[in-house]
Design a protein around this ligand. Structure first.
Ligand code: UD1
Length: 334
């Protein structure tokens, strides 16, 4: 089975390619390298001893996407490519709407032309807005607080409409909670350019002394220690969830939505303390004001993914902290 992976050299995309290649899928990657590096291709080969087919193209460019479909019989698409920085989406909303929506529309149009019916989409728990209850179930009301989140929600709506209009389609929407960790080999991981926005990338930079101190955004939330609680999931578990979704997409028609999380919430201080313990290193921090738009707590009810996909996260918070640090120390000079 030939799987097209858009954004296949990115953080989650590359880990998913490893799992696909190890499971003997034929993988075709498209990536415009806007937030990834071509070196990842070599690393995928090093880990799996297989070299996926690669096109350096933009998923918004219809002619180029058509060329990929013409040259390869694509059976399914996993669509990761997209901009994902919340803060940037607030200052540059047009860039986010144009890119994230255009790429999805282009893929869906070309899939229709070439009679490809299976689509797995990277959505986010951000579509739940500020949930009224926890844990979060897939049928909770949806809302967003920033343009990045709105692109995810708009795409979910587009997919629902497209699915209604075309009975041949199988669409799986995966709502990720907070992916962290890295591949055990230390070859793949998350290494954002500039000052990181997300918690784990910031913690590792403080641990390596590239940044001085972690700012903990608020300790007066309604949580056990006052700091924000999230459902961190190891990126390798998340990648495996995509294979389960792909299997599901080949034996059903319609659209389904699944949370990919562990079901357990950890606070900012839980993460800092676990990181310090497993890596035997200090992470200095200070408490500062809340970050606007942040919520108290967010964690998944993972039951639906377990029952219907057979997906269960296996790696724990210690694995996540160990693997995130291992990746950064192995790639520090880059
Ligand atoms: C954010 C996005 C989410 C996206 C995810 C990617 C929103 C509202 N959030 O989630 O859509 O999928 O990133 O992983 O759209 N924190 C600190 N100090 C820091 C950074 C973070 O204390 O320097 C705290 C935050 O207040 C929060 C927790 O750490 O409580 C996690 O933050 P972060 O890693 O940025 O993820 P989210 O905001 O949950």
């Amino acid at each position: 089975m030939n799987v097209l992976v858009t954004g296949g050299l990115g953080f989650i995309g590359s880990h998913t390619c490893v799992e696909l290649l190890n499971a003997n899928y034929d993988v075709v990657i498209i990536d415009n390298l806007s937030n990834s590096s071509i070196d990842v291709l070599e690393k995928l080969e090093k880990i799996t001893s297989k070299r996926p087919k690669f096109y350096e193209i933009d998923a918004c460019n219809k002619e180029q996407v058509e060329k990929v479909f013409k040259e390869n019989k694509i059976d399914a698409v996993i669509h990761f490519a997209g901009y994902k920085a919340v803060g940037e989406s607030v200052s540059e909303p047009l860039k986010y709407y144009r890119n994230n929506l255009d790429s999805t529309l282009t893929l869906l149009e070309v899939m229709k032309e070439y009679s490809c019916h299976n689509f797995v989409f990277s959505s986010s728990a951000t579509v739940y807005g500020s949930p009224k209850e926890l844990p979060i179930k897939e049928d909770f009301p949806l809302s967003t607080t920033n343009p990045y989140g709105t692109t995810k929600l708009m795409i979910e709506r587009i997919l629902a409409d497209v699915s209604k209009a075309d009975n041949d389609l199988s669409i799986i929407v995966l709502r990720y909670f907070n992916p962290i960790g890295a591949h055990k080999s230390g070859l793949l991981g998350e290494n954002p350019k500039g000052i990181p926005n997300n918690l784990m990338p910031y913690i590792v930079r403080v641990a390596t002394k590239e940044l001085e101190i972690l700012s903990v955004f608020g300790n007066d939330y309604n949580t056990k220690d006052g700091t924000g609680v999230r459902d961190y999931i190891h990126v390798v578990d998340l990648a495996k969830g995509h294979l389960k979704a792909l299997e599901k997409s080949t034996n059903f028609k319609g659209i389904e939505y699944y949370n990919l999380g562990t079901g357990t919430g950890y606070s900012v201080l839980d993460l800092v303390k676990t990181f310090e313990k497993v890596n035997n290193i200090k992470v200095p921090y200070k408490i500062v004001d809340r970050r606007p738009g942040d919520i108290d707590a967010c964690y998944a009810d993972p039951t639906k993914a377990y029952k219907e996909l057979g997906f269960k996260a296996e790696l724990d918070i210690e694995d996540m902290c160990r693997d995130s640090y291992n990746f950064i120390i192995k790639n520090k000079s880059n």
